[in-house]
Design a protein around this ligand. Structure first.
Ligand code: GLN
Length: 248
């Protein structure tokens, strides 16, 4: 399963968040500690989205292992930002290895990522998908479960649904339609992070003036707390709220 991380708070250098910690997202791309449901490395691409002071984030994605991108250390060493969502991908069997399948997905001020898989893809969720505008489906980033989950969340956000309710309702409806799915989602607008633990690991750590939510702790600090399975976390630099969604 892929690995992902979201950070909001005091400005940080991308390299200090994603590359240099002892068990950074970069290290998790070739040596993850907690892969579930298949896969050993996260080498099928990566993506980083960050906020620059404008409402809409900047994003880069590449369809190759993070460690192969010679331009990344220079880029990550020169960007300082107060909001990040980054992911490394291990493509689910049968899904394409292309740039457009890599998280984060973007829409307006939002960045989104999915760690996991939808069981019985695509037929199990065809009924849910059929309620989306056909133009959304035609313009979908890639023919993957993660890209569809983003369309489902985005449609609710566009309809004015609060982010935690949009994420919670998509997880519970997809889990009902496709039992056994792994649905660890991350959503941020650069100020708040919403994440779900649904049959996969998720950790949260409060820092001075910041908060980070990640698939795996990036260091050995005792301040990391695991989000219990079947729960949703809403995190800001000043508050972490954990709410039960149901039994996966
Ligand atoms: N199923 C998604 C994909 O193929 C996510 C994969 C993962 O979490 N390993 O992109």
């Amino acid at each position: 399963m892929c690995r992902h991380l979201a950070y909001v708070g005091e400005p940080v250098r991308l390299a200090d968040l994603l590359l240099t910690p002892p068990h950074s997202l970069l290290a998790q791309s070739w040596s993850p500690r907690d892969m579930r449901g298949g896969g050993t490395v996260n080498a099928d691409g990566y993506g980083i989205g960050w906020y620059t002071g404008e409402p809409e984030p900047v994003r880069v994605r590449r369809p190759a292992a993070m460690w192969t991108d010679a331009a990344l250390p220079g880029l990550a060493g020169s960007v300082i930002t107060g909001g990040v969502l980054a992911a490394v991908r291990s493509a689910t069997i049968g899904m394409p290895v292309v740039e457009t399948a890599c998280a984060p997905f973007v829409g307006g001020r939002w960045l989104f990522s999915h760690n996991g898989l939808v069981r019985g893809w695509p037929s199990a969720v065809a009924a849910l998908a059929s309620r989306l505008p056909v133009t959304d489906l035609l313009l979908m980033d890639a023919p993957t479960d993660s890209a569809l989950l983003w369309l489902l969340v985005r449609a609710r956000l566009s309809a004015g649904v609060a982010p935690e309710k949009a994420v919670a309702s998509v997880v519970t409806e997809v889990a009902e339609a496709a039992p056994g799915s792994r649905l660890n989602l991350l959503l941020t607008d650069g100020s708040t992070v919403v994440g779900t633990a649904w049959t996969h690991a998720l950790w949260v750590r409060s820092l001075p003036g910041a908060v980070v939510v990640a698939s795996e702790p990036y260091d050995e600090d005792p301040g990391w707390h695991e989000v219990p399975d079947g729960h949703l976390v809403t995190a800001t630099p000043s508050n972490v709220d954990i709410m039960r969604l149901g039994d996966p």
